[in-house]
Design a protein around this ligand. Structure first.
Ligand code: ACM
Ligand code: ZN
Length: 538
């Protein structure tokens, strides 16, 4: 007995010693458990990726492509499971949850077991990081033996891209989705309608794209300072065919695309296309400066709801997502206060004021979505006039507002601007660091600030269950090119991802070390990224 104990103590010591000598297992987001083992696996072109479930075909080939691109080794892919060698991929939903996986590197074999193909893909993303970090020897890439077990803290890890202020190509949107996949982010919130442009084809309402997708010109820089516009017409939109292509591309990578159709505010492009949708009947022009418009959808006329329901009917055909985002932010009430139809609605429905009129608006649309099997997400302003318990709140003003919603019993996605708005400056001294123009003046958001987000702040363990996720938002007023968008998103998306996956075990210094591997991947993929965290600049 004593001897057995001594033996296991020695075995433990041996592991501790080898762990200290080994690579850091530089995986971002930080896995739940990492246990180093003895020995190593030589990855060569003879390492066959093998599996017997055809659902894994796509992720196996995707991984092979990434390994080839990263280290120049072409791994064979075989739809026949090997119990003894190569890289074996398996699904076991009896042992693992949907997003949970284990990754074991032994001397002869690497095995990834996940609760679903999605979880296996997460395991492969982790393995890719280990491969990029590992030393190349004449015998192959030398991977240290290890047993990793991982699952995310939060079910929803999201990122929003605004394609309205500036539009990007289909290929660029797909690259953004690749960036999310690399970071194990599982929701792509696609902001498609705005004051400055309507970006999705709706067959029943062709004017939305003929008129609403184009603006006459665009403000230069901070308009309140420059008072200048560029005089160049700007616009574009995604056809339904392109939307389907993007949704499929994301779905192949286990990312859900959530469309956002903004209402009742941020709707000027729709009003310009169909002026009857506004309180005054117009005319309206697609907005050429940023900020908030007082012109919004009329909440009094039935024709507004008919329009929105018809639009949403096409939207839900294109997007299988359970969640549909219906906006709800920044809706001034000026027009409603002097609109006969809106005031009649308030009187007829027995509403107290215009805030309750907005609640009426949102709840009516939410009910329509529910009737069609979908679930509404709205920005946190919708709490003001009271809101149904079934709406998911996207808290952007503060974690405190999110916590209030959670206490009310609503599900919450935390996206507070001072932690999650990745359109803000990336360092505390933007001028000194030559940062390009960004949103906000005193709103600096270094990677460490994103990393420090506590999505459960002010909540008990029970209340915290209402927080289903976190999200980083990329508004594009000051981001005219996709390279610039990448530079704003990376590496801050990595910090957001680690909040979503690994919040209870966060450690910024350790994260910064592990990020060196992620940086190599950014280089391999030719993603533009901000250099500051790698230079120790906050
Ligand atoms: C927002 O930033 N207006 C949601
Ligand atoms: Zn009205």
């Amino acid at each position: 007995m004593k001897r057995a104990i001594l033996t296991s103590i020695f075995a433990l010591l041996a592991i501790a010693v080898t762990t200290a000598q080994k690579a850091e297992f530089a995986i971002v987001p930080r896995p739940l458990e990492v246990v180093a083992a003895d020995g190593n696996y030589q990855l060569t072109q003879k390492s066959v990726i093998n599996y017997d479930d055809t659902q894994l075909d796509f992720v196996a080939r995707l991984f092979a492509e990434k390994v080839d691109k990263s280290v120049g080794i072409v791994l064979p892919v075989k739809n026949k499971l090997s119990k003894s060698s190569g890289i074996s991929l398996m699904i076991d939903a009896t042992k693992f949850a949907d997003e949970e996986y284990s990754l074991t590197i032994g001397k002869r074999r690497i095995a990834i077991v996940g609760g679903s193909p999605k979880a296996v893909l997460y395991g492969l993303q982790s393995l890719r990081q280990l491969i990029v970090a590992a030393p190349a020897t004449p015998k192959g890439i030398m991977l240290d033996a290890v047993a990793i077990h991982d699952k995310p803290t939060l079910a929803y890890r999201g990122s929003m891209l605004d394609v309205c202020r500036h539009i990007f190509t289909v290929e660029q949107v797909k690259t953004f989705i690749d960036m999310l996949s690399l970071h194990k982010i599982n929701y792509f919130h696609w902001h498609l309608t705005e004051d400055q442009g309507w970006r999705i084809e709706i067959k029943r309402y062709p004017e939305l794209t003929r008129i609403g997708s184009m603006r006459d010109e665009t403000a230069i820089g901070k308009y309140h300072i420059t008072k200048r516009k560029d005089g160049a017409p700007y616009g574009g939109y995604f056809t339904q065919e392109q939307v389907r292509d993007i949704v499929k591309y994301a779905s192949d990578r286990y990312i859900t695309v959530i469309p956002e159709i903004e209402m009742p505010g941020h709707a000027v492009a729709a009003l310009a296309s169909y002026p009857y949708l506004g309180c005054t009947g117009g005319p309206y022009k697609v907005r050429t400066i940023w900020g908030i418009s007082k012109e919004v959808f009329c909440a009094g006329k039935e024709s507004t709801f008919e329009f929105l329901e018809n639009v949403l009917a096409e939207v839900i055909e294109l997007f299988p997502s359970k969640y549909i985002h219906i906006g709800g932010d920044e809706c001034p009430k000026n027009a409603w206060k002097v609109c006969e139809a809106c005031q009649k609605r308030i009187a007829d429905e027995g509403l107290a004021d215009e805030h309750q009129l907005q609640s009426y608006f949102m709840e009516r649309i939410e009910k329509w979505l529910n009737k069609h099997g979908r679930h509404a997400i709205g920005w946190d302003e919708i709490l003001k006039g009271g809101i149904s318990k079934t709406t998911t709140i996207m808290a952007w003003n503060s974690t405190k507002i999110g916590a209030t919603a959670a206490k009310l019993g609503n599900n919450v996605i935390m996206s507070p601007k001072f932690y999650c708005y990745i359109d803000y400056y990336q360092t505390m001294e933007p001028e000194k660091n030559n940062e390009p123009l960004a949103n906000g003046r005193k709103r600096q958001l270094p990677v460490s600030k994103v990393y420090s987000l506590n999505p459960f702040e002010g909540l008990t363990a029970e209340e915290s269950k209402a927080v289903i996720g976190v999200q980083a938002n990329l508004w594009t007023e000051y981001i005219p090119t996709f390279g610039h968008a990448q530079y704003m998103a990376l590496p801050r998306l990595a910090a957001l991802s680690e909040v979503g996956w690994s919040h209870p075990r966060k450690d910024y210094a350790d994260f910064a070390k592990r990020m060196e591997t992620m940086r190599k991947i950014y280089e391999i993929e030719e993603y533009r990224y901000a250099p500051y965290m790698f230079q120790g600049i906050e």
